[in-house]
Design a protein around this ligand. Structure first.
Ligand code: NAP
Length: 493
């Protein structure tokens, strides 16, 4: 059964549409607004305030103003704000899920999964807030004492992508709150509504004014550029594409700004001849179709032993073609639209390029006629190694399958990319699992599983997939600076 239009409208009526600066909801300085569309219909959901450079400055000013007082709030209190936020998001899980489905397109069931995952960062970091420790030691020569402490890094700029509207925000905001940092959040212009609703939840949870400021904008560079150059900003945490990340790193070099970069991926999914093929197909479905393939962790290249490649591809194609394409608000839908026309057309271009070079579509291979930006789940075999589809993030429900003969060849194919975020391996051989794990250039590896995201694990990549880690016990460190104090010999006379 589909969600009713009344339910959708009632929910949209509760979403704040103004900028959130210094604890106030307010219009953009020049009164501009921009539209947020539903990718399954192309229709406007809401118009929201469009921050300009003056609003960006005001947001940073607010964050700078309260940084010192916020840093003195006891860790337990910061943790309890996060815990209340976890409970509030959980209580409103249906609202958050529906809002994400409306603005981003993912099916409701997946959106509910994202609420659970996104909320978990709030709970995890509520627990980490009270575990911030340092160390005290005697210097090697015995003459002095060394005291090492961790302090909040200071005001942070957080820039998030459109594909996981709640989880990408909580994965940054929760550790920043736990560490005692203030923030300016710039959500993606395609899906800012979830961040607005989440900011309202944090306000209700008791987050003091100015600690979090939210500035949706249709002119990202113009608004954030001056903030990155402002010496009062102490940290940039960015999740998005590698090209934009590279540019931001260059900008950040000017003030030697601390950065965390969660960038693109081109994940290999390797299936060995001894793998449980049905489990591998299940894993492939999860690693490929989560978010319609619009995930940085999405399996992009299926590298399958030649003795099982045809059987794997046939089983995979059968599962892919059974998926139900439809607006995410319909309970039966298991494949929603891609985010916009440009993204859908780029996916189709990669597919047609591969087909023109001799690949075969075992299923799919074409656009679903509108309204909305849907694409048929697609399996390609016989993809040429130099094909563009193997070099780029596909960001769509398309799986190219390439056979391999030896373990060395599988490793060489898997590592043949500038990216190094996620990888997946299916095998029953324990020694090979460990060996291949050591040889693959990736920050995260799924062994006999297609699902790796977990708030308790360090999320991040190597090579051009980024710098730093989010989540896990490592995540809070991205928002802390280390200070060392040398203490004179307490026994000296
Ligand atoms: P994107 O185009 O790089 O945008 C990401 C964010 O950066 C958005 O908020 C965007 O704002 C902003 N932005 C774009 N140009 C900017 C500029 N010149 N200055 C400041 N901000 C700028 O990426 P996307 O299309 O939203 O997201 C998809 C990408 O994110 C994929 O590459 C995916 O792999 C990656 N991703 C990585 C992870 C990870 O953890 N490694 C997680 C999720 C997604 P606008 O929306 O206003 O353009």
């Amino acid at each position: 059964m589909a969600i009713s239009a009344t339910r959708e409208n009632d929910l949209l009526a509760t979403v704040p549409t103004e900028l959130f600066i210094a604890g106030q909801w307010r219009a953009a300085t020049d009164g501009r607004v921009f539209d947020i569309d539903d990718p399954s219909t192309g229709k406007v959901l809401l118009s929201i305030a469009d921050a300009g450079p003056a609003d960006g400055r005001a947001a940073l000013e607010a964050a700078v103003q309260v940084q010192e007082s916020w840093a003195t709030v006891p860790p337990r209190e910061r943790g309890e704000i996060l815990r209340r936020a976890f409970e509030l998001v959980t209580a409103r899980a249906d609202d958050f899920a529906l809002l994400m489905t409306l603005e981003m397109g993912k099916p409701l069931e997946e959106a509910r999964g994202e609420v659970t995952y996104g909320a978990e960062f709030l709970r995890w970091f509520s627990e980490e807030a009270v575990r911030i420790s340092g160390r005290y030691s005697v210097a090697p020569d015995g003459k002095s004492r060394l005291l090492v402490t961790k302090k909040p890094v200071g005001p942070c700029l957080l820039i998030t992508p459109w594909n996981f509207p709640l989880a990408m925000a909580t994965r940054k905001i929760a550790p920043a709150i736990a560490a005692g940092c203030t923030m300016v959040l710039k959500p993606a212009n395609l899906t800012p509504l979830t961040s607005m609703l989440f900011a309202a939840v944090l306000e209700e949870a008791g987050l003091p004014a100015g600690v979090l400021n939210v500035i949706p904008t249709s002119t990202a560079g113009e608004v954030t550029g001056p903030l990155i150059k402002d010496g009062r900003l102490r940290k940039l945490s960015f999740t998005g594409s590698t090209p934009v990340g590279r540019q931001l790193l260059k900008d950040a070099a000017e003030t030697v700004l601390r950065t965390s970069m969660e960038l693109g991926g081109n994940a290999p999914f390797i299936v060995f001849e001894d793998a449980d093929l049905d489990a591998a197909v299940e894993g492939a479905m999860a690693a490929k179709l989560r978010n319609m393939g619009e995930a940085c962790t999405a399996a992009n290249r299926f590298i399958v032993h030649e003795s099982v490649a045809d059987e794997f591809a046939a089983k995979f194609a059968q599962k892919m073609s059974a998926r139900v394409i439809g607006r995410g608000t319909e309970e039966a839908s298991t494949i929603g639209p891609l985010i916009d026309k440009k993204s859908r057309d780029k996916v189709h271009e990669l597919v047609t390029g591969a087909l023109a070079q001799g690949a075969t579509a075992l299923t799919g291979g074409d656009i679903v006629e509108g309204p909305g930006y849907f694409y048929h789940p697609t399996i390609l075999s016989g993809v040429r190694p130099e094909s563009e589809i193997l070099q780029q993030e596909i960001f769509g429900p398309v799986a190219p399958v390439t056979p391999f003969a030896t373990e060395d060849e599988a490793v060489r194919l898997a590592n043949n990319t500038e990216y190094g975020l996620a990888a997946y391996v299916f095998t029953r051989d324990v020694n090979r699992s460990i060996r291949i794990g050591e040889r693959l250039e990736c920050g995260m590896l799924g062994l006999n599983t297609g699902v790796i995201s977990n708030a308790a694990a360090p999320f991040g990549g190597v090579k051009q997939s980024g710098l730093g880690r989010e989540g896990g016990t490592e995540g809070i460190g991205e928002y802390q600076s280390i200070q060392y104090m040398g203490i004179a010999d307490p026994y000296a006379t």
